[in-house]
Write a protein that binds this ligand. Structure first.
Ligand code: CA
Ligand code: CA
Ligand code: CA
Ligand code: CA
Length: 477
């Protein structure tokens, strides 16, 4: 038996510092709001044209019927400058048309939209991030419906911290594909991994069963709404038997992070895509993001259905300075319960950023072309961040405090693709020296550019030069 004096001693080991670690999320408290689950009806909320209903709640016994109205509440004890997330559970009621729609605002600014037709089970995995500028914020959720039916909403809250991150997969662990397209397959990039019976996700009766949210799709995080793995070759899969409809019962998205890449390095993401065969005959749209930046937009028309075959898209992307690339593919079709279907996502080394840049401007994708007839070829325009379709003067010498210098904008995408820019100087137009070399007449004072990072090089011309010519030299590997 333990003597009473020792039991008492063991209790005194708890210090205030240790206790602080007992709170999840560190030392910050949770933002404070009243009655998040509507168990006390509309206490704490300002509202119009909504009702609180008993039964079919996500949590407790009551939920909100947003109908065609709104709810609003001031939350307090937010942490200024930190990422916060509005979380909630919702489902569509019958009578809202194909999808039920709402928008979420903080202090009058929209931070997200909800579009979903899922009616048999709540969606609760995602939310909407924002960064508060004050310790209080007004959260408003407003219906976009015109009829009397709308979303059922429950468990509305604000949490400190962002949404769950996508799974990380190492470049070294991705499987090389030995065909003409090559590259490495993303983890479950062909959507063949067994889905199993994902806990907390709906199994809607119908032609294609599982609609997935949260972490239910192996290898991926579902970033919004839900998505649909279409199985058994029902969608004319170009790779094995499954494809992913990135609209499940609303415009969804998926993300995966690849680690172990060359920091700032150029890569190409590729995939096959087609339009869902159903849902009327309008266009379906989507977009691809790399490290949260949109890198390409997609449109598939009714003549680009999966029965018409799948088209290849290749998108140059840059790894982050930490060697990571978070790739996200999402639907931007807000009014249909399906969207573009995808298969066979891969990543390969190298990327044609020049070709993409030329395409963005409608310019000729040749380094030597000179569409606008100024002093710079299209390749040089790309490198110097000029406009290939507008006559440019280019970097000019500036005189500041008696010092002559040249400020040269440099493209991070061009550096990532292996392009090399040199400034060369000459006094006689026959012997050229690279700026910075002793005796060249110029020194490199600073350089804020790097692969993947647009920046500027500042050269200083040495005092006492009577006449110095300079030129830019571009080489590509
Ligand atoms: Ca409730
Ligand atoms: Ca597949
Ligand atoms: Ca030009
Ligand atoms: Ca130009």
């Amino acid at each position: 038996m333990t003597p009473p004096s020792i039991r008492k001693l063991s209790v005194s080991f708890y210090s205030p510092l240790f206790a602080a670690f007992l709170f999840p999320g560190g030392l910050f408290g949770a933002p404070v709001g009243l009655n998040p689950g509507f168990e006390e009806d509309l206490t704490g909320w300002t509202s119009a044209d909504v009702t609180v209903e008993t039964g079919f709640a996500f949590e407790g016994t009551k939920c909100l019927n947003l109908a065609n109205g709104f709810i609003e509440q001031t939350f307090s004890e937010l942490v200024v400058g930190q990422v916060h997330t509005v979380r909630l559970a919702y489902l569509a009621q019958a009578g809202t048309g194909d999808l039920a729609d709402a928008r979420v605002k903080i202090d009058g600014v929209q931070i997200g939209e909800i579009h979903n037709g899922q009616a048999d089970k709540y969606l609760s995995a995602n939310g909407f991030e924002f960064v508060p500028g004050a310790t209080t914020a007004v959260l408003r959720i407003e219906s976009l419906e015109s009829g009397s039916a709308g979303l059922l909403v429950d468990n509305v809250r604000i949490e400190v911290g962002g949404l769950p991150l996508p799974p990380e997969e190492s470049w070294a662990d991705l499987t090389p594909v030995a065909d003409a397209r090559g590259g490495r397959a993303l983890v479950n990039g062909g959507f063949e991994s067994p889905i199993g019976d994902p806990t907390g996700n709906p199994n809607i009766a119908g032609e294609f069963n599982e609609l997935l949210s949260g972490d239910a799709l192996p290898g991926w995080r579902v970033t919004r709404e839900n998505v649909d793995v279409i199985q058994f070759n029902q969608a004319n899969a170009p790779e094995e038997t499954n494809v992913l409809d990135v609209g499940g019962s609303g415009p969804g998205g998926i993300a995966q992070t690849i680690t172990g890449l060359i920091p700032g390095g150029a890569y190409t993401v590729s995939f096959l895509h087609a339009r869902h065969i159903g849902w009327y005959d309008g266009n379906m749209t989507g977009e691809v993001l790399a490290n949260r930046q949109v890198v390409t937009s997609l449109v598939r028309t009714i003549s680009q259905k999966w029965s018409d075959g799948y088209s290849l898209v290749e998108v140059p992307v840059l790894a982050g300075p930490d060697g990571k690339l978070t790739l996200e593919v999402r639907s931007t079709t807000p009014d249909l319960g399906s969207s573009i279907v995808f298969d066979d996502l891969r990543i390969s080394e190298g990327g044609d950023f020049f070709g993409k840049w030329a395409d963005e401007y409608g310019a000729t994708a040749s380094l030597a072309a000179n569409d606008d007839g100024d002093a710079f070829s299209n390749g040089m325009e790309f490198m110097l961040r000029l406009n290939p379709m507008i006559w440019d003067e280019g970097p000019v010498m500036v005189l500041e405090n008696g010092v002559r210098s040249l400020r040269v904008p440099v493209s991070g995408r061009a550096l990532a693709q292996g392009f090399v820019l040199r400034l060369e100087c000459s006094r006689d137009l026959s012997d050229w020296e690279v700026a910075g070399v002793s005796g060249s007449g110029a020194t490199l004072e600073s350089d804020s550019s790097a692969p993947g990072v647009d920046g500027e090089r500042v050269y200083r011309f040495q005092a006492g030069e009577n006449r110095l010519f300079w030129r830019h030299a571009l080489t590509s590997s």
